[in-house]
Design a protein around this ligand. Sequence first.
Ligand code: UGA
Length: 435
Amino acid sequence: MKVSVIGTGYVGLVTGVCLAEVGNNVTCLDIDEEKINMLQLGKSPIYESGIEEMMEKNLHENRLSFTTSYSTACERADVIILAVGTPSNPNGSANLLYLQKAAENIGKHLIKDGTIIVTKSTVPVGTNNKVKQWIQQSLTEPIFFEVASNPEFLREGSAIQDTFEADRIVIGTESRYGTHVLKELYSPFQIPTLQTSLESAEMIKYASNAFLATKISFINEIANLCEKLDADIEDVAKGMGMDQRIGPQFLKAGIGYGGSCFPKDTNALVQIAGDIEHRFELLESVIRVNSSQQIKLIGKALDHFGSLKGKKAAILGLAFKPNTDDIRESAAIEVIKTLLHYGATVNAYDPVAIPNMKRLYPESAEIQYTSTAYEAIANADMIFILTDWEEIKELNLPTIAELEKKPVLFDGRNCFDLRTIQKSGLTYHSIGRQI
Ligand code: UGA
């Protein structure tokens, strides 16, 4: 099939590359010329394992191309996928301006009947009907087209694997024609599909992310109780997860969720509910719990030291999770801000996310970036583990214990086994566990 993808962010680029990989002829469009030039050379603007190899192969085999031209992207497409950003407005609602612009541009350039315009961006319930109107109003001549909602469930860091091994593909369509075209498009992936109305598909995306965020805040609250009641959160989560009705995933306690999706989508769903005069109190609590959990370790450090003024903190991990350089809504941002507020200084290390954090916190007398974890730790009074990178989980504890200042270790991701910690002789605080 001829497929065009509008927007080459995370979702758009991965979708485009994977659809080319299974044999479609894919054109990816972005209005950012610099990005398109880079993509044409096979360079990915996102950090995602395997993507450049797959791009290179499909560019070479002429199944993948990049453009800034809507006429090139729209002219002969069977399917056009909208994957532009829907950032948060100041009140938490989703900003649909990029989506509207893209839809209007598609309308102006559609010349063939039967194209399906699929929204993959996460959008409030009812948006696909707006997309339809925006396109309709921009058509230069009467042309038959349909819209469809096809939310995306891939995770950063495992996006390609998630695309090929997804649990389900949700297709919200207007008619059997739309369902038929999209089922055909996704048939090579051999993944179960669920066909729904446009509105249900839009809601499935928000409900799924909100539910996963709820699981995380729930387990973090249980962890906070465990700390006070001498229970161990790892055992508790294991015991809960063995119940198939609960399941073991997303029960890892820590310093809360970050990233470009959970914080944005939970806030947007609270806003969507508010718009129809419904208060989504459960989700409001999930968001509140997450905000306090992100700086949980600072409370522990204050309890331990009394004051953090003049103390040197080593921050290990800046990305919101391992295997990505994304720092959006990462706990590290809040932790650094709070440490600086209390008069501490910071040595920060991350295998890949330092350039992104430097844009937010440029190097200064208060914050320095190091090229290894050990360099960050060298003269620190306290260590904060904020991202569970493999490399951080493999830190040599006896080496740390031998440092002159014998730093106190605050582990926000429960990276170490308590017996190993006890042997090391380090002072250690983690989440929901005793030592
Ligand atoms: C999330 C969803 O998992 C995807 O299904 C969805 O497609 C995506 O949002 C999106 O809407 O685009 P992502 O944000 O890439 O994916 O990352 P996750 O792996 O879900 O992790 C999110 C955050 O939750 C991270 O900060 C992670 O550290 C935290 N987390 C996750 C926990 O604290 N505990 C857990 O048990 C799991």
